[in-house]
Design a protein around this ligand. Structure first.
Ligand code: ARG
Length: 403
């Protein structure tokens, strides 16, 4: 490990990142560790976290509010892309990583640091996302990864930290590993490592259980402009406030829990519990508006590219050329995604019950109707089907030896 003098460490306040502070100084001879903690709307008190880093030996402890860029530059594009990794996970954790990496690089520049550091282990996706993003943004900057190299168990890391005044996690030790931000929570480890064990109710914080959800259903309307959600029930909101309100509504009705086996970048299959109520509900509504406003071929092509977009984000390639090119396609399609989707929230379900678009609907009542206003030229179908079915008739006749 080439010597670094001044290092900016991505800091969460957890045991691993706290232990990184004395470890970098004692074991790797780093002179100055500056910590950076990001506010991504997770709702944690950041002042105690800021002080904790100083207690652990940081020379400076910085906190940055990244909520607005997180929503505008990361959550909204994910909604426009209907991004669901492996068809299900809306990337709530993955989307935060390139933003943290970007800010980490900026802080390193401002502080004239010669390296950045993070506390990710060698088994997860987050190390991949941080390392690749930092390499893309600042190829000259060293990335120090103590937790990937120190080979300590969690118990050993805790007692190492205690030698340097880092308190062991006090409260009744939660067996879970939790990542959270405004978009959702990811819960792993402990009893959840047995994929057959049902998630205990205590792991959830953003969503009501189906039992506790109201008996009464609730209908809401979400308005979109150029693919971005802009209002709920006609009330315009800034994107951050809108996501919060979407989380509240969907969460209250018990919608947005996932329990899945997921394929990590490093080849491991892991069991993941997520709750991402607002994001999943907004994607569902957005998909519905697209089916009303996008042409069939555009829609089908977009579906294929959406899967690829989600893979790229999951795999840490946010700042790559394919992501950039796909964004070009997706953004172009979104010009037409304007309108309103009506949803019914009830006992763990979000059901689409209506959609409309003043400016961009491709639904033509006079073509779709079975009533007397019908404009469709029924006789034209005959010629169309004659030609459409020609290849099959030829093949079928040849197969039977007839002509
Ligand atoms: N598997 C998720 C992802 O890769 C979440 C990882 C972080 N979760 C955690 N509980 N530490 O995006």
């Amino acid at each position: 490990m080439g010597r670094a003098k001044k290092v900016v460490l991505a800091y969460s306040g957890g045991v691993d990142t706290s232990v990184c502070i004395p470890y970098l100084k004692q074991e790797w001879g780093v002179e100055e560790v500056i910590t950076f903690a990001a506010d991504l709307g997770q709702g944690d008190e950041l002042e105690p976290i800021r002080l904790k880093a100083l207690d652990a030996g940081a020379s400076q402890s910085l906190v940055g509010d990244l909520i607005q860029p997180f929503v505008e530059e990361f959550a909204l594009p994910a909604i426009r892309a209907n991004a669901l990794y492996e068809g299900r996970y809306p990337l709530s954790t993955a989307l935060a990583r390139p933003l943290i990496a970007r800010r980490l690089v900026e802080v390193a520049r401002e502080m004239d640091a010669d390296a950045v550091a993070h506390g990710c282990t060698g088994k997860g996706n987050d190390q991949v996302r941080f390392d690749v993003a930092i390499a893309a943004l600042a190829p000259d900057l060293k990335v120090l990864t103590p937790a990937r190299e120190w080979g300590m168990s969690r118990e050993e890391a805790i007692s190492y930290g205690e030698r340097f005044g880092i308190p062991a996690p006090v409260s009744k030790k939660s067996p879970y590993s939790i990542d959270l931000n405004l978009l959702g929570r990811s819960i792993e480890a402990g009893p959840l490592e047995d994929p057959m064990v049902a998630p205990p109710e205590e792991v959830f914080a953003m969503t009501a259980s189906i039992e506790a959800a109201p008996l009464q259903s609730q209908d809401i309307e979400i308005s979109f402009e150029a693919g971005n959600p802009v209002a709920i029930d006609g009330k315009r909101m800034e994107p951050v406030a809108l996501i919060r309100e979407a989380n509240r509504l969907a969460g209250e009705h018990g919608f947005g829990r996932l329990d899945i086996i997921e394929n990590r970048v490093v080849g491991i299959k892991s069991r993941e519990i997520y709750e991402t109520p607002g994001l999943l509900m907004l994607i569902r509504a957005h998909q519905e508006l697209e089916s009303l406003t996008l042409a069939a071929d555009v829609l089908r092509t977009k579906h294929q590219l959406e899967r690829q977009w989600a893979d790229l984000v999951y795999q840490g390639l946010w700042f790559g050329p394919l992501k950039d090119a796909l964004d070009g396609f997706i953004d172009r399609t979104q010009t037409y995604v304007n309108g309103v989707v009506r949803l019914r929230l009830h006992k763990g379900n979000v059901t689409v019950i209506g959609r409309s678009s003043q400016s961009s609907s491709l639904y033509m009542p006079q073509l779709a109707t079975y009533g007397s206003e019908d404009d469709f030229d029924h006789k034209a179908a005959e010629g169309f089907i004659y030609i459409w079915g020609l290849p099959i008739r030829l093949w079928s006749a040849a197969r039977r030896g007839g002509r």
